[in-house]
Structure formats: C-alpha cells, structure tokens
Write a protein that binds this ligand. Sequence first.
Ligand code: ATP
Length: 423
Amino acid sequence: MTTSEAKEYKLSADCELRFEVEDETVICELKSGLAEMFGTELMRAHKYHFRSGSKVAIFTYHGCVVELTGRPEVDYISRETPMTFYVNLSAALEALRTKAQEEDRCGPTLMVVGPSDCGKSTLCRILLNYAVRMGRQPLFVDLDCGQGCVSIAGTLGAVTVERPADIEDGYSLVAPIAYHFGHTSPDGNITLYNILMKCLSKSVEMKMQTEKRSKYSGVIINTCGWVKSHGYQAIIRAAQDFNVDIITVLDQERLYNELVRDVNSSVKVIFTPKSGGVVERVRKYRIEARDAKVRWYFYGTAKSGLYPYSFEVPFSQLRVYKIGAPNLPDSCMPIGMKTEDNLTKLVSVSPTAQTLLNHILAVSTATSVEDNLKVIESNLFGFVCVTNVDIERQVVTLLAPQQRPLPPNCILLLSDIQFMDSH
Ligand code: ATP
C-alpha cells in the first residue's frame, strides 16, 4: 500500500490479516462479519488505532471484511494459522476447569515456553482472553523480566485477568503483584530470579485459595526466551514451584524432548505450533517495546492518559539499594558465607548522575533493610524514575505516578531499566 487511502481485505473463514505498523498510525475497522485480535473480539464499525511498532493479526473463524487506513509496513492475508490448535487447547483447559470446580480444587496451571520471539506472550493472551470469554477469571503469571506484560520490564509479576485485553491498550492491570528483579534477563542474577519465582508461586497459591473464581480458572504462565543452561534450569524450577500441569512448548522440538525427559511424568508436555506471523524483533524493537511499557506506566495510553508528577527529594532522605554485591569467589568470602549470599545482598547506592540518572527505582513495601531477604520478597508499591541528579543542591528529581510524596524511610531498589522522559 503506498497511499494512506483505505483498503479493504476480504477474509475467508480461518484466515488472518497480518500487518505491521512502522511510522504512521494505521486505523483498522471491521466492516462485516466476526473477527478477533489475539482472542479479543473486534467491534463492528469501530476505528482501532495501531501505532508504530504494532504487529497485528486479525483472525476470523467465520469470514469477515476488514478495512485498513494508513500505510502498514507489511500487510498480507494468511491461510496457515495455528488458531484451531489454540482453540482446541483452550477447550481442553475449560474442561479441566469445569472438573476442578465440580471437585472443588484448583484449576489447571499451564506454562508457555519457547525461544525468543516465538509467540509466547501472544499465546498467553489468546488463552487468557478465551478463558475470560468463557466467564473465567484466570491468573496470569509473567516470568519474562525482559518485557514485563504484568508490570514493567525488570519485574516478575502476576495479575487476575477479569476482562479480555483491550485491542489497543492490552490488559487492564488492576492490583498486580510485582517483585523487583532489576534486570532484563534472568542471567542478570539467576539466584535472585529463582528466589523471586518461588516467592511469586507462594503469592499465587495464596491468591488461588482466597479468590474462588481464580481458583477454578487456573493459571497461565509466560516465560523468558532463554531456554538454555540456567534458563532451562529456571523453566524446570518454575514447573516445580508453580505445580504446573501442562507445558506448551512453542517451536523448538529439542526443548520439547528435553522437557519430556526432565519434568515429572505427571506434567503434560505439548509441542505447540508457532504462528508464521510472529515477528522476530531486533534489539532496537525490544528496547522500544520496553520503553513504551514504562511510558505507559507513567503517562497511560492515547485513549486514557495519565499525568505523572515530578518532585525533588534531598539526598539525605534517599535510600536507594541495589540487590547483589559484585561476585567474589567462595575463597574470598567471609567464613560461613557462600558466593550466592552476595547475590542477594542489599548494597547501598550513593546518588550520582552515573548511578541513578534515568534509572527506574522500584518502591518497596518493605520498611527496613535489616533482613535483606524480606526486602527482596516484598511486593512493590510502584515505580519512580530519576529524571535529574543535582549534585550542587544535593537533590534528585523523581517522576512519579502520584503526587503523594514517598513514604518516610522508603526503600528504593535500583533497576537496570532506564527511561528518558521526553514529555
Ligand atoms: P519474547 O521472547 O520477547 O518474550 P514472545 O515469544 O513472547 O517474545 P510475542 O511477543 O508473543 O513473542 O510475539 C512477537 C511479536 O509478534 C509481537 O509483536 C506480536 O504482536 C507479533 N505476533 C504474534 N503473533 C502474530 C501473528 N499471528 N501475526 C502477526 N504478528 C504476530
């Protein structure tokens, strides 16, 4: 498409219109028939706006006519999609939920694994949306610290999904559980990652016990694309920690066979086809997607904007810590301590432009740093971003989602994630 005139696409049953948006916004409208995007139904005659970076698939079970206005970078109709497999998987999960409800026990826990860019997050979104459309309220656990579907990158989190993801804005994230990890890949600190996974699994278990609807609806877990060495070990651990019933392995037969060999025989491991539409994202896109998530946290979306606040905090009131001291060999450690202890140690960070400027700080609910593990295992209030460090006046400027000042003696945890506030 070379002009920004509207173009109509006639889709037969079980076909998918795929398009990517590069610079200009593309408007999509369902003209007739029924269609959905990653499990969320499109409303007829409604104009959906897709902004730069969007990679979209409009699928139809019955046939439809869709109109695009704008200049998508790529646009084509595909007849080859794994949607029938996904809808059958969803139906099987629904049968397990019904059984769980009859027997008053927890619904199924399904974990999606696979290498980077194979459509893990998208499959989770489809399964969650289908579950919600069946009247369920599943829990979504996100172990992918690289993108952060539940919160922002650098965290591990969980949230109850009560309604289908919005076509343009994604999930409505009400009261998520989020733990600070601070890195974009588990290998940033695998010891800490494993502790947080265990901790999150306990929180999820508690949520299942207290929320009856979630209990029967079960859990969908998204994972990182790191599927080798420690990454693979983390998948095995996650399967144990979360008592996973089903693992769907996207795309990689080797990973599938390894998991069949290594996980408990009671866990069903399913090889799952990857959609040909999944787009491989280069590093630049990953960074942009991460950035977009942070911007969303502070500024909301085009449809529902937020207005963050900026305030100064004197150095004397700032308590910033980084989790994990530099790695030393066991022989250099004090008697009785292991290298791993260093990886969960809270290290105080002095405020300088180099250490803090543009970094995200997680606001911990912990009140004391005496017990390091307690801080690590504490849920987060939210995040602030350091937009200025004034050494002369000894103050930092923080961007925060609310006007209320930070709680006194508030513990801030330094993240590797950086955000340039260009507003
Ligand atoms: P990561 O390893 O970074 O976590 P992932 O395996 O979770 O990636 P997704 O994020 O699900 O992969 O998909 C990568 C991109 O492909 C996303 O931008 C998504 O919107 C797009 N995508 C997924 N399925 C399709 C499809 N059928 N057609 C077009 N685009 C798609």
